[in-house]
Ligand binder design. Structure first.
Ligand code: ZN
Length: 101
């Protein structure tokens, strides 16, 4: 158990609600904007902009959350899976080899 692995495990706990809420906000904003765009319901323009804003804000929150919590505490880079995608809950960092779990 190194300090880095403790920090990383704390980050994995903290990033979970961020992912959950940003996906929820993204879905809600996207569906809301789509419904108004398709004119299934009539809504004033400011409601449409609120949905768009929610979608954008969710995306930004997800990016900020990943930048803050998904990085390896030892080297500050994103641990990647074999397919080169940024991975969460990894056993060890793909960049520096630090044990994270
Ligand atoms: Zn690392």
């Amino acid at each position: 158990m190194s300090l880095h692995s403790i920090k990383y495990q704390q980050n994995m706990v903290l990033i979970r609600p961020i992912i959950l809420y940003s996906f929820g906000g993204f879905a809600l904003g996207g569906i809301g904007a789509l419904v108004i765009m398709m004119q299934w319901i009539l809504a004033p323009n400011w409601v449409f902009f609120c949905f768009i804003l929610l979608t954008v804000a969710s995306t930004v929150a997800l990016i900020v959350g990943f930048n803050r919590y998904a990085k390896c505490p030892a080297c500050g880079k994103f641990p990647r899976a074999r397919n080169n995608k940024v991975a969460l809950n990894v056993e060890s960092c793909s960049n520096c080899g630090e044990q994270l779990m």
